[in-house]
Design a protein around this ligand. Structure first.
Ligand code: MLT
Length: 406
């Protein structure tokens, strides 16, 4: 008899953004012709930067020529991209990360989901609440939780985020072995200071724990004092893995390219307490289960760093951040408490009611899709998230419609 992994039965309904898409599709069916503006899932709308498109096309053309054709590439990514990343994202900012500590992949969602495979089943997992649901769901699938009850899975250490701590939780007093942090934060848009991240790095080192630091929104940081990488914190190279993505930075959500940084000094431990290199284990996993990102896509990603690429990328980010500014300004003016929108493309809004009810109200009255905070955890109840990823015209129209409907 073929048996299932019963941990999947513990999962609550569907993945958050699938559930939202289902509700929006239902609404559209019942209201054909009604305009819907999507400020829910953080999916980019601006076209790829021209430099990336040109590099992409050159890569495709090379693949069509006998001299340029390539078969399987290195699973870890081509050196040309890894070296650019090491230089532009790390060394030029005073952070010592080598090209071979960078693993190119097809997405940070996949990497943050897959990485937990390296760890024992009985470790204690700490997740913020509210939280990007992938960290939670993938650990439920792996059997690290008990049943779901009252808005939470048993067995996880939930790190409470609220207005008092600015949605930047402090380390717990008890044990946490694997710690998920995301800054700039999805969903709240909050950022952590160096001092706050240092507390986490110190905790992780003292407890031989590991931080999984999701920095997918790093490019949206405008405040120069805010750290862009966990490795800006002394000691982090021994205790943290960092995830970054071209998805939001350069419009690659449909093109797929990201990377994970695993410093060679970063270790996890066996039962006897002997340290093992996570770099080596991930390399083993990656080369066994992954065949690399396609050559033209890696050439397109490389273009983010060279020639006109950086300024074109900056222009796209500035465009979305101007949207974020408009959303933040309007929602604040309408009397809502808001977080984010300054160093992040998400605005987290205390909506004053049940968040799915507010979601339905906005959809029905304004035709605007947001993300209900409750989908990010128990502490997300009473909030919604509005994403800045859409055209200026649609954001302005959505804000007018919101104002008219509340
Ligand atoms: C979001 O809306 O939270 C993001 O699009 C999720 C993701 O990047 O997977």
């Amino acid at each position: 008899m073929i048996r299932i992994n019963e941990n999947y039965l513990k999962l609550t309904s569907s993945y958050l953004f699938v559930e939202i898409a289902r509700r929006v599709a239902d609404f559209q069916k019942q209201n054909p012709g009604k305009e819907i503006i999507r400020l829910g899932i953080g999916d980019v709308t601006r076209p790829l930067p021209k430099a990336c498109v040109e590099a992409f096309a050159r890569g495709v053309a090379e693949m069509g020529e006998a001299e340029g054709f390539r078969g399987y590439g290195p699973e870890q990514g081509y050196a040309f991209l890894r070296e650019q990343i090491a230089e532009a994202d790390y060394k030029s900012r005073g952070v010592d990360i080598d090209a071979d500590e960078i693993f190119i992949s097809d997405g940070s969602k996949c990497d943050t989901g897959n990485i937990q495979e390296l760890f024992a089943g009985d470790i204690s997992v700490a997740v913020p609440d509210p939280v990007y649901p992938v960290y939670v769901d993938t650990n439920v699938m792996a059997g690290r939780s008990a049943a779901f009850a009252d808005g939470r899975y048993g067995g996880f250490v939930y790190l409470e985020g609220n207005r008092n701590n600015g949605f930047v939780p402090s380390p717990p007093s008890g044990r946490a072995d694997l710690i998920y942090l995301c800054f700039p934060n999805n969903p709240t848009g909050a950022v952590a200071t160096k001092a706050q991240l240092k507390e986490w790095v110190d905790y992780a080192r003292a407890h031989r724990a590991l931080i999984l630091f999701d920095a997918a929104y790093e490019a949206f940081i405008t405040d120069k004092s805010v750290p862009r990488s966990i490795y800006e914190i002394e000691g982090a190279k021994d205790a943290a893995i960092e995830f970054r993505s071209f998805s939001k930075t350069a419009g690659f959500t449909g093109t797929r390219c990201a990377f994970t940084v695993i410093p060679k000094t970063c270790e996890a431990f066996d039962k006897e307490g002997n340290g093992h290199s996570l770099h080596g284990l991930w390399n083993r996993r990656h080369s066994t289960k992954f065949n690399g990102v396609s050559y033209p896509v890696q050439r397109a990603a490389e273009a983010v760093y060279v020639g006109d690429g950086p300024s074109q990328v900056r222009e796209i980010i500035d465009y979305y951040m101007a949207n974020a500014g408009l959303i933040l300004e309007k929602m604040t003016k309408l009397g809502y408490n808001c977080t984010g929108g300054v160093n992040a493309p998400y605005i987290w809004i205390e909506c004053g009611s049940d968040s799915w009810t507010f979601f339905d109200m906005l959809l029905n009255r304004a035709g605007v899709v947001c993300t209900p905070g409750a989908g990010f955890g128990r502490r997300g109840e009473g909030f919604i998230r509005i994403s800045a990823f859409n055209s200026r015209e649609n954001v302005e129209k959505a804000l007018r419609k919101i104002e008219e409907s509340i």
